[in-house]
Write a protein that binds this ligand. Structure first.
Ligand SMILES: NC(=O)c1ccc[n+]([C@@H]2O[C@H](COP(=O)([O-])OP(=O)(O)OC[C@H]3O[C@@H](n4cnc5c(N)ncnc54)[C@H](O)[C@@H]3O)[C@@H](O)[C@H]2O)c1
Length: 247
């Protein structure tokens, strides 16, 4: 089950997981996007269902979980990927924007995890992957709420891992560096003073590897954490960031 799978990193992960043989539940608040991804997977011979689910709404989350279990079977992997950015430094950040950023990035992770855990406990195993960000590890200018929310996701990951490891569920987080997706476009444009290309150039210089991330880079990390190849990994926050946080 992947939240926010209608676009960007979530979509790439859904498609990769399906190519690896998983039956994928594509959850997104954007109905058309979710349906398109599920159809694309089915069109390539994979197995997927789409569910219009707002991760901040507990009733919708619980309904989605029940539907997925009924149609695809027990949920072995939850990728809490749905997220949004935020606007501004802390002195200009708006309360509504702050609350929305925390609701989707943090509360959504809590609600989806809480809903899926009984199914994983029943199976005696599971892997939960939370989407953090390099913004959980370093300060990113004019992104105050987002940095705080992703920091909370990293902390929640450690807390969940301690509680759930003895019960067979592993919980890890990915902290991606910048990947050019719809989510990042406003931030990159603002960084470039209204010029997206300039914002991209100003960002790439922060990456020792000489490029930004691609959705496939993050999907590959998620696949590793979903699989038994990562059987000894839990409670970790994996920076997949081209060296950005090592400078
Ligand atoms: N792109 C990056 O550079 C980057 C870097 C670090 C972390 N991330 C994180 O990766 C995740 C995916 O980001 P992306 O860049 O692919 O973004 P994206 O905007 O391409 O995709 C996000 C998806 O989440 C969905 N979504 C938004 N609110 C939702 C809600 N309430 N319920 C369900 N779905 C909802 C959107 O409809 C969209 O399809 C986010 O958590 C983001 O914070 C992204």
């Amino acid at each position: 089950m992947i939240t926010g799978a209608g676009s960007g990193i979530g979509r790439a992960s859904a498609e990769l997981f399906a190519r690896e043989g998983a039956a994928v539940a594509v959850l997104d608040v954007n109905a058309d996007a979710a349906a398109e991804v599920a159809a694309a997977i089915a069109g390539s011979g994979g197995r997927a269902l789409s569910s219009v689910t707002d991760v901040t709404d507990d009733a919708q989350v619980r309904t989605a979980m029940a539907t997925v279990v009924a149609e695809l079977g027990p949920i072995g992997v939850l990728y809490n990927n749905a997220g949004i950015g935020s606007k501004g430094a802390v002195d200009v950040a708006e309360e509504d924007d702050w609350d929305r950023c925390f609701d989707i990035n943090v509360k959504g992770t809590f609600l989806c995890s809480r809903a899926v855990i009984p199914s994983m406990l029943e199976a005696g195993r599971g892997s939960i992957i939370n989407q953090a960000s390099v913004a959980a590890l370093v300060g990113v200018p004019n992104f105050a709420a987002y940095c705080a929310a992703k920091g909370a996701v990293a902390s929640l990951t450690r807390s969940m891992s301690v509680d759930l490891a003895p019960r067979g569920i592993r919980v890890n987080a990915i902290a991606p560096g910048t990947v050019y997706t719809p989510l990042m476009e406003p931030m990159l444009t603002a960084r470039g003073g209204g010029d997206l290309q300039k914002g991209l150039e100003m960002t790439i210089v922060k990456y020792p590897i000489g490029r930004l991330g691609d959705v496939s880079d993050i999907a590959a990390a998620a696949l590793f954490l979903a699989s038994d190849e990562s059987a000894f990994a839990t409670g970790s926050v994996f920076a997949i960031d081209g060296g950005m946080t090592s400078i």
